[in-house]
Design a protein around this ligand. Sequence first.
Ligand code: NAD
Length: 355
Amino acid sequence: MPTVPHLPLQALAAATFLAAGSEHAEASAIASQLVGANLAGHDSHGVGLVPTYIELARAGLAVQNQHISVVSDTGAVIVVDGQAGFGAVIGRESMDLGIAAAADHGLGLVAIRNSIHLGRIGHWAEHCARSGMVSMHFVNVVGHPPLVAPFGGVDARFGTNPICIAIPGGDEGTPLAMADLATSTIALGKAREAFNQGVSAPPGTLIDGDGRPTVDPGVMFVEPTGALVAMGQHKGSALAVMVELLGALTGGTTMQPGNPRTGTVVNNMISIIIDPDAIGGAEFLASEGGAFLDYVKAARPVDGADEVLLPGEPEKRTRQRRLTAGIEVSDGAWSLIVDAARSVGVGEEVIDCCG
Ligand code: NAD
């Protein structure tokens, strides 16, 4: 398993998108978001997606060098169409509009419809936090068959529909705390990793084609397909359904079967961006919130646990470690990344710099 420093890895990813036809700014935005996910420890949303993104572009499902089109703008409520552009660009342009609206009005609601995969949603919440904004994001995932079964159901009916909430006020513009989670128990990428490595998935994360609990990750990749289990039993399932409906609120589509499933990965996202100075004040939020988080952190750990962690803490720690130690890329993912780079004509010298 190669361990690669983040900068050469980012350079290889950027060179791949550039060679595939992205302009420089787009190539580096996608590469930086993917490597940022690896740094945060979310390899399912990291450079392992380079081959998928290249395939989407090649198939014409993702439109390179695309920008947002503003559908409507009432000042605080902005609706944008991503026009099947890459999420790294669509997300950034949309968040910047939402942050500006929140600075002007105290609140900015951005509804993004029809963006290709917006990646790790925490990336966008961190972007808002750097501008001092609280943000909440609700995302559905469409354009392909459903992956997650509703509580009590055998058949998959929706995607991994993430929710992300971040509070600003941490060190150097980072969030004080950030919860960024799929509403399924595990991401499909984690099931794929287990399948490729021939190991079991964690108990309680999968059901087979007949709805029976299983730890065999193969149920997601062979017929008859099983499903991922929603997090938190009926509560996670309920949240996932509501997030799917918020996808329709953007004007984008849901997983209902009347919509095309072309194999693309489209995200529709509602982002609510709030200037804390328009409400209780950024300073109060950071000090009162900080005191609360200290209190949470000081809870006695249960037997077998070293400490209580805060939302966002695992990601901060992994980032610190990987920034110096490098990013471990599995052999399978590495060979697919190299194949994707070669397929668009990236030179061996760029690949060798990384390997
Ligand atoms: P996860 O289960 O690893 O973490 C979920 C949250 O729990 C994080 O905020 C983390 O900081 C927090 N956490 C972890 N351990 C903790 C502990 N011990 N105590 C307190 N908090 C703790 O994340 P996930 O659900 O696998 O999601 C992974 C990523 O996938 C996210 O970045 C999400 O945005 C992304 N995602 C994207 C899409 C998309 O379509 N764009 C779809 C699904 C998921």
